[in-house]
Structures are given as C-alpha cells and as structure tokens.
Ligand binder design. Sequence first.
Ligand code: GTP
Ligand code: MG
Length: 474
Amino acid sequence: MRTSPLNIPEFAVLGHPNEGKSSVVSTLAEDDQIRVSPVPGETTVSRTYTVEIDKKKIIRFVDTPGFQAPRQTLAWFRAQGDSEKILEHFIATFHDDPFFADECELMAPVARGAGIIYVVNGARPVRDDDIAEMEILRLTGRPRMAIINSKQMDKDYTREWKLEFRKYFNSIRVFNSNTADFKERIRMLESLKSIDQEWEDSLSKVILAFKGEWKKRNRLACAYITLALEKSLGFSVSERLSLTSDPVRARERLNLSFQKGVRGIEQEMFTQIKSLFKHNLYDYPLPDYSLLQHDLFAKQTWELLGLTQKQLAAAGAVLGGTMGLVMDTAAGGLTFGVFTAIGGLLGAGSAIWSGKKIAQKTGQTLQLGGDRLQVGPNENLQFLYVLMDRALIYYAHMMNRAHGRRDLTSLGSDPKAGNSKMGISAALSPGQRNICTRFFKSVSGKRIIKGKKAIPEFAVLVESLLEKIANQEI
Ligand SMILES: Nc1nc2c(ncn2[C@@H]2O[C@H](COP(=O)(O)OP(=O)(O)OP(=O)(O)O)[C@@H](O)[C@H]2O)c(=O)[nH]1
Ligand SMILES: [Mg+2]
C-alpha cells in the first residue's frame, strides 16, 4: 500500500477551478482557515492538511489548484500509452513549463501515492473539459472517487454527472461541503474504503478515531454546559450600603451587573463549545428565528421558548429588571431604617435577611462591616430551562456547521440547524423535569442535597440530550 510519508492515508482533492475543492478539504479536515473564494484560481499551490486526534496524525487531505489545461494534458497522456510512472514522467517533463504549472502542482501528491477525490459542482452540466480531466485521472491508474458538491440547490445535474462518473471512478458520492455534518463525513470515509481494498484497515481505524473524538466532544460539551448552568444559577451580586445610598439606583446597578455576569458565563460557555468543534475563524450569524438572536433577558427569548402566561408572569421580575433584592443587615441594620422608610422601592420578591440566613441561603461567606444588598441567585426555575435551551441550541448550530461554509448570511431554513422555536426543554418528560428541579434546587442554594447527586444526574440528562441532537432525534 502506498501511503503518505507519515504512513497514514492521504487523499488529494482534485478538480476544475472554483468547483469547491478547498471547501471540501475544509469540511473534511475541519479546518475553517483554508482559503475559499468565489474567484476561480484561488488555490495555486498544493497544500496538505493533516487531521490529528489526541495529538496523533490520522489522515491527510491535500488541497490542489484546479486543472488549467486538461485537453493538452490529456493529449500528452494518450501519447505515452500505458505507463505506470506516467505522473512522475509528466512532472519531470513539464516542471519548468508555466503552461502546465498547475497540472504539475496538482499531480504531485498523486504521484507520491495519494488517492484521488475528484470534485465537481453538480449545479452545472458536464462539459468537454471535465471529460478530459476524468480521462486523465483514469489514466493515472490511481484509486479514485468522484464527489458531487452542488453549489446551488435550484439546479441539479447530479444524474448526468453520475452517468459519466460510472465510466471513470471506483466510487461516487454526493457530498455537499457546505452542509455535510459529522455523519455525512463518516459516510464519506466509508466510501473511500471501497476505492482500494488496501486502505480498508487504515480507514477503519480513522473512522473509529473520528467516532471516539465525537463522543469525547459531546462529553466535554456536556461538562461545559453543566458547569455554566451551575455557575449561572448560583450567581449573585451584592453591594455595600451606606446611609447615603440611593436604593433605586442600587437596585438598577445590581440588576445590570447580575445580567452582565450571567451573560458573561453563557458567552464563555459558547466560546468553549465553538472551539471544541474547531470553529475558529468566523463569528457565524445565527438565523433570525433563533432564540440566540435575542438577549438572554429579552422577554421574546422566554416567549419563544413556549413559556405559559403564568410562567412568564412569574418570570416578570427577572425580565423587567426588578428581581427581588435581599437585604443583609449583618452589621446591625444601620441603613435598614432608610430603606424601609422609602418603602416598596426594593420591589416585589425582596427580602430582608439577617446575615446568618443569607449565608445559609447562598452558601457564601459574608463580608462584615456594613449592610449589603444582594441580587441573585435567581429563584425562578424557568431560568434553568431558558439557559439550558439556549446552550442546546448553540451546540446544535456548532456541531452541524460545516467548516467549508463561508457565507456569512444566516442559515435560513436549514432543518439541521437547531431551528426549533420551542425550546427542547418543553418536551422533557416529568422524570427529566424532576432531575432539572433537583439540580436547580441544589445549585441555586435552595437545598443542599446530600452528596450533590443532583449535579451528576443532571449532567447525564444533558449528555443524553446532546446525543439526541447529534443523531437528529430531536
Ligand atoms: N453554496 C455553496 N457554495 C459553495 C459550495 N462549495 C463551494 N462553494 C463556493 O464556491 C466558491 C469556490 O469554492 P472553493 O472551495 O474556493 O473552490 P476551489 O475549487 O477550491 O477553487 P480554486 O481554488 O479557485 O480552484 C466559493 O465561493 C465557495 O464558498 C457549496 O457546497 N455550496
Ligand atoms: Mg481552492
């Protein structure tokens, strides 16, 4: 078997200019830094992208420039007759000839043993140049597969391409570089196995490694989500009071900083998930209908999640920025009189606690030396479901997003993009809801559950939901 210098399977992605070769490599190698452009001729030199899993190199894909002179190249190939070293011979003959510069560049990886993945845009008809390219590839005698990467959905010449491909290739697949998800990539690798029996074993290992990596990512995503929820639900901010403090202002400040804090925790978790799925370069806009387009504390976010009127009313204090304050009179309530005299200003749900009670409630150590106002932890269970739904929707976007996709327009009505208007949590069973409630009570400081069983129990639930999303079962 001929493999790359690292003794791992290697495939060169070849084709006409601008058909989507770099996009295909980008998606297969999960590398969003590869240059993709609407202008033909973007790729001028062959470049190898190695996929590493657990720091081990497992497969390589080579991005190449498009054919520039297929008919002249074919004429030369035909004139040689059958020759095992035809590629080496071609490169040796034309390496200094600018006319065949791109042909030499794209053939080099194949000459050193790479298998061929030939890419065409299935949204256009087959032309003579394509037939010449396919014939050249046939004459190389190398294992080869053809893929149809349709750049527009409204035009479809797939049938025509397939008819031609059958004459020249060992395997054919429709593979869309802009929409292919993890499962599609696995199916692609399975097909590659069939183009040369000698690759079966090494590609089976690659597939196993990919599947293992996927499981690992799901586990990590679950850990990031659970931890972020735990932090957000236990989050609170407080402010020391003086006799001159303005309670209205203090409440506004605290609410803003509470919201900022929770948004920050959510954003950090989003960033972790994004880089887990190797989306480094772009800040992809999310679809208009996505919950994530709206601020976490916007009423619309909560409405879109399908909260009932009653639940919305209960959540009103959180959304309206009038979430109850807790007043801590640890230092003897010096400011207490001022605040009660103003009366009502603390808002619904406010409470006055002795320092001891707050400490029990939040599990936090109190700073002594003055009265304090505190906002949070949020006592509304719906808050958990809103945070959880947003996390799951974000995960669905990131895990489904193909790395070859470069348009910055929204994902439209992509059915795989986690576009459900109702949050996933709305469909939880009563048993699953119980797990959520126990988790909520445990992390928001409402009840200390022995052994903290509630957190791992919740993590298991999140992981099962992530798996369902990945398998498109929800
Ligand atoms: N809508 C859509 N556009 C695609 C798809 N694949 C590629 N494109 C677009 O087509 C253009 C060319 O894609 P590239 O991947 O750069 O094509 P290439 O074959 O590498 O081109 P050269 O390097 O110039 O030979 C870019 O604007 C891509 O975003 C696809 O599956 N769907
Ligand atoms: Mg390119």
